[in-house]
Design a protein around this ligand. Sequence first.
Ligand code: SAM
Ligand code: SF4
Length: 360
Amino acid sequence: MLENGAKLLMHNFASALAKAKAGTILDRQAIGALLAAGPEESQELFNAANQIRHDHVGDKVHLRAIIEFSNYCRKNCLYCGLRRDNHSIQRYRLTEREILNAVKTARELGFRTVVLQSGEDLYYDAPTIARLVETIKKRHDLAVTLSLGERGRDDYRDWREAGADRYLLKQETADEHLFSIIKPDGSLQQRVQCLRWLKDLGYQTGSGNMVGLPGQSLATLAEDISLMRELDVEMAGIGPFLPHHATPLKAAASGDLVLTLKTLAVTRLCLPQAHLPATTSLCTLTPDGRKLALNCGANVIMPNLTPAGVRDKYLIYPQKADIIEQPEAALKSIQALLAELSRPLAQDYGHAKKTPGRSF
Ligand code: SAM
Ligand code: SF4
């Protein structure tokens, strides 16, 4: 019986992988069969994802400088160290001048994209963010990505009109019930609504999930990937859940490394043209996370350009991989890794290959 079951799973895996390689749109069962890959199939899956990445977005690796400008947050997500009920962290907000200085440093180091990220902090109102984006676009030859959480459509529109190119807003999980537990201030429906607004406004839009959330199954992960494909996102951040000691999920286990890599690889098969980062959470889980991710579908790295004085306060989970390393040293180790993998460093903005409809 077990033997038959194992054979069936292998058959499912083999036929799902063949379909993916042929460019057929995979249904949830086929996505699930790929996610269930055993040790030997996993390597096949990673090789296929690496090949599809090569064929569709090429070998270049894009760098995005992330600047975490505020760790204040109005939300209480169960998994995150920045949640409003965590009174044990020291909160900070960078001034506009400090943010602009960090952006200048990023440009001087050769970056072509800056990502401005924060907790959901309404201290920075819509006109402040719009002014910031406008100033960056005026002063520097840079693509601007925002990742400020859920806001109204008008705010997103104003920032897009000010020149913002991209927006990152991970769905976190496509399971409505799980979402309502881990993000008690919101709903999956509202999150997806925000993602649709962003797409409609012409942002290159990024979603993503956490692998290993308590209560998650392979079916949930298959649903996550299906949702990202349905939303037709240009970017997807796939990383493991990592427990933070000052959150209600402190006793939960970290997301599994291999399952995270499999989810990344299957996402590449389902979204061949997307930009997929080697996430910081993956690099926190294992020191060779970057290399592993780049070999199974990833084509983006996001070095941390948050000023050193506050960087250790943006602690969404403990031992975050990029807390200590200075940008210059990070760039050196990235260059060495890319040389080892024969992957060139992209010199352009790294816009999505498939650029969304409307632009201002
Ligand atoms: N506040 C914005 C939001 O939630 O979209 C942006 C900042 S939030 C800190 C950025 C990402 O951190 C989230 O999308 C989530 O996936 C990730 N994150 C937060 N806590 C995490 C944890 N414990 N483990 C792994 N990823 C985590
Ligand atoms: Fe706030 Fe984002 Fe953390 Fe949720 S994940 S608590 S919205 S910073």
